[in-house]
Every structure is written in structure tokens, then in C-alpha cells.
Design a protein around this ligand. Sequence first.
Ligand SMILES: Cc1cc2nc3c(=O)[nH]c(=O)nc-3n(C[C@H](O)[C@H](O)[C@H](O)COP(=O)(O)O)c2cc1C
Length: 347
Amino acid sequence: MDLADLLGIRWPLLQAPMAGVQGSRLALAVCEAGGLGALPAAALTPDALDAEVRRLRAATDRPWNLNFFCHAPPTSDAVREQAWRERLHTDYARFGIDATAIVAAPGRRPFDANALALVVAHRPAVVSFHFGLPAEALLAGVREAGCRVLGSATSVDEARWLQARGADAVIAQGWEAGGHRGHFLSDDLDVQADLATLLPQIVAAVDVPVIAAGGIADARDVAAAMALGAAGVQVGTAYLLCPEADTRAVHRQALREARATAVTNVFTGRPARGIVNHAMAAWGPLSADAPAFPLATAFSAPLREAAEPHGLDDYSLLWAGRRFPACEERPAAEVTEALAQGFRARP
Ligand SMILES: Cc1cc2nc3c(=O)[nH]c(=O)nc-3n(C[C@H](O)[C@H](O)[C@H](O)COP(=O)(O)O)c2cc1C
């Protein structure tokens, strides 16, 4: 079955869930334009997520995707966290922040029994996961609710693992992608290839549809991914400047500038691609000392809150994929329609 039919959408085009920068407004606009809009759960409290789900449900009858992280919550490590406070000392001093008051807190939520209850109550057409899949008992509940299950793979091994556990389709996430690497079987960053290398390997290795993600920002990129065997595409960064996204002002400004991206773990504890700023350069971009995911989130948050009102993005999470220069400030429906031209161009 073709991916658009499997997911009940017009185009096999998925808006990437992007925790922290979008909610139901962007998801709705993409759904109405014929793609699969997504609501990311990881950065929301259960109440806020419930409210967003209700908003989206009330606004559309079209299918949408509810997305979760499924990391194992870490235990706090006081020695490591104190070392990290000391590492960031000059930056705290710059804004007069008392670092002793910062408590390591999980800034991102994993899929759990409460999240399953929300899924069962609202029965989204699609539930997608980043960082593997939840425990079998929880996953069985998602399937019983009638949802299609998607998962991100950064390697052939991960794609096979997802297929073996019953994923309906696999998202092949290339190295170019913005945001967190979805890896879960190996944390060796060299394992994740660029999309043009990874995609045909995964297509050859699994029988389920493969969705291409990472650096897809215009119709030519869509056509190229389809030519490499993708059943559809998932696009994140290209939607960041849309008026329906909640992308913060400093993030929007950085997306308009000619800057580099890098993969960093200093903001959350897990490697993610973003536009290079002061914190990434000074603390990393990769540091073995950063507290475990997602505990590191609490340590840069007060710096971000202090700096952003001055127009400084020095400590902000500027997640973006390598193709961010292609971002345009236009409505999500127009971005979706422009990307969909890449399907029309197919032979
Ligand atoms: C700002 C931002 C936030 C992201 N947050 C999530 C998320 O919450 N869940 C998820 O599964 N993927 C997340 N991703 C990764 C996307 O699923 C996808 O792999 C990526 O956007 C594709 O690459 P592109 O950004 O170049 O289009 C995020 C990506 C970005 C840019």
C-alpha cells in the first residue's frame, strides 16, 4: 500500500514533529494542506499536551501524528552536575545567576502510562517515536488504540529493529537533520550517514515503507529522496519560519543569517543539530561532561532566559538542519504545496 493511503493523507509528506518550536497551529495548517501534521509531546506538561491535542482534534477531521520521545529517564549525578556548573561558571557570572540554585530536572518527557492514556482517549491516526520504541506493553496499547506506529532510524540496524517490533513505517533520519539524532542502538555518531547514503541502504534492508528525513527543504530534495526509494518524506526545518510555528525570535533571526550548524549535546545531554552559537562553541559542541539527557536542559535554561530579552541567542537551542538557508517566511500551506511539487515531478 502506498504511504499516503496507509496514513490517510493526500501527499506522502510528513511535517516533522519539533518539540519546543511548534504545537497544534502548525500541525493543523499542514493537515489542511494535505500533509500529515504532527504534535510533539516531549517538551509539554501532560495538561498542556492534552489541551493541544483537544485543539487539534476539534479543528480537523484529517489524520495527524502524535510524537513522543522514548528515552529511559536518567538518575541525577551530583558530582557530574557540579562539575558542569563550574564549567559554565563564567557564563553564569556574566548574568549574575546563582548556579547553586539550579537543580537538574528532566526537561523532556518520555512516553509512559499517562501518555498511553492520552493516546487511548484521542486515538490519533499516527503515533511516532524518537529514540527507539516504548516497552512492549505500552506499544501494544498504542496498537490496540488503532494507531499506525512510526519510528526513527539512523542506521540499517535500527531500521531492522523497528520493523521487527512491528513499526508500520520507518523514518530514515540522515546526518543533515535538525534536532536530536534519533539513535538508540549505538551512540557512536559516526554510524549515522548522510541521507543519500542511509536511505537506499534502509530501503534495501526492510519491507515496510521508508520515509526520508534530513535536509529535505524543497521540491528537488523531495524528488531526489523519492528517486532513492523513499515512500515519503518528513520535513522539519523548512517549516521553522512559518507564521504558524512558535519559533522564538532569536531562533528566527539566526535562521535568516549565513551561519554553520553542528551537532551538540551541551543543551540537553543528547546530540542534536543546531545553528552554532556561543554556548556550543564554548562548552562543546560535544562534551563528555554534559549531564545525561535530558538533565542538562536545566543548566542552560536560566542563561537563555537572561540573554534572550537582550536579543542574544548565545544560550538558545537553535535546532536546525543543514538546509536551513532554504527556509522561507511563508504560510505552512505554501511550504507544503511547494514541497509537494516534488511528488508531481515523479515519472
Ligand atoms: C527544531 C526541531 C525540533 C525537533 N524535535 C523533534 C521531536 O520533538 N521529535 C522528533 O521525533 N523529531 C524531532 N526533530 C527531528 C525531526 O523529526 C527530523 O528528523 C528532522 O527535522 C528532519 O531534518 P530537517 O530538519 O533537515 O528537515 C526536530 C527537528 C528540529 C529541526
